[in-house]
Design a protein around this ligand. Structure first.
Ligand SMILES: [Zn+2]
Length: 507
């Protein structure tokens, strides 16, 4: 007995020394570091879910077992996955990361073109984001603090990956979400780069370590990538061990279940929020599922959850039935770009982008409401709203369409026209429809519907597009697009595009 105790103490000491942060003293407070965290009756994924915690919730640790923590939340006691929690560290906020999308990205002394160049980032280089001013992001890169232009970077969230650790989702593959991503020898930003991988490439996950994922590269090589720059995906097929990932939960009423894995295919069933279907396999952005009739069909990944997350829609707002020729039963979240300290771009004639995005959004909201749509705005005044919050509003209302409104700028004052952006291929149909509506309503140049990597689109589960309604850096165009007449035409065009899109989806 005594000897065993000594061994145990010795083991504990060693564990404390090498394990460092893995030890949890009793009464330690940890913070939930994922959107939804299941509290279970025992220390493992097979135990029953007894409660659900939200990001930011703080719980007190009572004991631990392996990677699991027994915690107390209010008067409830249960077990949570330690890797989805964060220990409170005073004075150190999590840093957001950015990743350069281009080679030779200038890191400048001041947030302006023409200021001194302190360093250059290559495509795939990561840096810690420390500040933001207009279109400029202050970064800390290799010990240099300077400014990079937001057009050339992708912003990445610090906490998203928590929801997708290998253990919780059974993630077996990692798909790159940014244009270029460094693979490193060790799980550390300062470690040697061994390869550059690219958007939409998928790699096998070997293990995870904090925010890092170890992947296997071609040629038997192994390396680490920063997990926020991609998506961890559950394995397809029967190797799946996590039972909760074997079925999908529909997030909103009227979700289309289709014959084939494309939005243009026949709708075979319209599912309501909370309905669940067993997953047969994955097919790109779609799941093949089994219906209650025994037939198989396809549902888009972006309209379902696989972690058993309940629909987040407000219960007080049941969706109305859709009526052809109107927008009744359609929920639209309009996102007026910028606001508060973030003025957006400023026109040659002095227009602040943040002001006309709000005016345009308000007018669009009134038109859509008049047509029967349920409309929410991500801001209704001149206030600063984070990009993450904007996406959260889209999710909260399970928007059928999320529309971010912006006005453009570039260095060349002769560049003109409007552009409709989308990030996920599955959102292209909405982008095309709205772009056609705008094209028919506006006389300025149509730059078309184009893919681009914007945070509010990339992180959005809902059908999401971003509109750049003309260039404020072009003095002629600034004069046109700041008029009430232009806003009337543009919002009418957007409305027509939406009407066409949602009518088509009723067929
Ligand atoms: Zn903007």
């Amino acid at each position: 007995m005594e000897r065993l105790a000594k061994v145990a103490i010795a083991f504990l000491l060693v564990f404390t020394l090498i394990g460092g942060q893995s030890t949890y003293a009793e009464a330690t407070v940890v913070t939930v570091d994922t959107n939804v965290l299941n509290m279970r009756s025992g220390p493992g994924l097979t135990y029953e879910v007894i409660d659900s915690l939200k990001r930011g919730d703080q719980v007190t640790v009572l004991s631990s077992s392996g990677d699991w923590l027994q915690v107390q939340s209010g008067n409830k006691t249960g077990w949570v996955a330690q890797w989805l929690t964060a220990k409170k560290r005073e004075g150190t906020a999590h840093a957001s990361m950015i990743v350069s999308q281009v080679n030779s990205l200038n890191v400048r002394a001041e947030p302006s073109i023409g200021s001194a160049i302190l360093a250059r980032m290559s495509a795939g280089d990561e840096a810690v984001m420390t500040d933001q001013k207009d279109d400029w992001i202050r970064v800390s890169f290799k010990g240099v603090s300077g400014w990079v232009h937001e057009d050339y970077i992708a912003e990445v969230a610090e906490t998203d990956v928590g929801n997708a650790s290998k253990e919780e989702t059974g993630a077996e593959t990692f798909t790159v979400a940014v244009d270029a991503l460094n693979v490193r020898k060790e799980a550390d930003l300062s470690s040697k780069r061994i390869e550059l991988i690219h958007k939409n490439e998928t790699y096998t996950v070997l293990k995870t370590n904090g925010n890092w994922v170890q992947i296997s590269l071609t040629g038997g090589q192994v390396g680490w990538v920063y997990a926020f720059h991609g998506n961890l995906n559950a394995a397809s097929g029967s190797s799946q061990e996590n039972p909760s990932a074997k079925q999908v939960t529909v997030l909103s009423d009227g979700t289309n279940i289709r014959e084939a894995a494309t939005t243009s295919s026949q709708v075979v069933h319209r599912a309501n929020a909370g309905e669940q279907f067993a997953i047969i396999k994955e097919a790109g952005d779609w799941y093949e599922v089994t219906l209650s009739t025994g037939a198989t069909a396809f549902v888009a990944k972006w309209v379902v959850s696989t972690d058993g997350t309940e629909p987040m829609r407000e219960k007080s707002e049941p969706k109305k039935a859709r009526v052809p020729g109107t927008l009744q039963g359609v929920t639209v979240v309009i996102d007026p770009g910028h606001g508060g300290n973030d003025r957006g771009t400023t026109g040659k004639r002095g227009t602040d982008e943040k002001n006309i995005t709000l005016l345009t959004s308000e007018l669009l909201a009134s038109k859509l409401k008049a047509a029967g749509a349920t409309v929410h705005l991500t801001r209704e005044s001149d206030e600063y709203v984070t990009l993450r919050k904007r996406v959260a509003v889209s999710h909260q209302y399970t928007a059928d369409a999320f529309i971010s409104i912006h006005y453009d700028a570039t260095i060349d004052p002769s560049v003109s026209g409007f552009t409709t952006y989308y990030t996920h291929h599955s959102h292209q149909a909405l982008a095309d429809a709205v772009n056609r509506g705008l094209g028919a309503a506006l006389s300025i140049r149509n730059r078309g519907a184009q893919p681009a990597d914007y945070f509010v689109l990339r992180e959005n589960r809902q059908n999401a597009i971003l509109l750049e309604l003309g260039f404020l850096s072009n003095p002629l165009e600034e004069r046109i697009v700041t008029t009430e007449r232009f806003r009337e035409q543009a919002t009418h065009g957007i409305y027509n595009g939406l009407l066409q899109y949602f009518n088509d989806s009723l067929d």
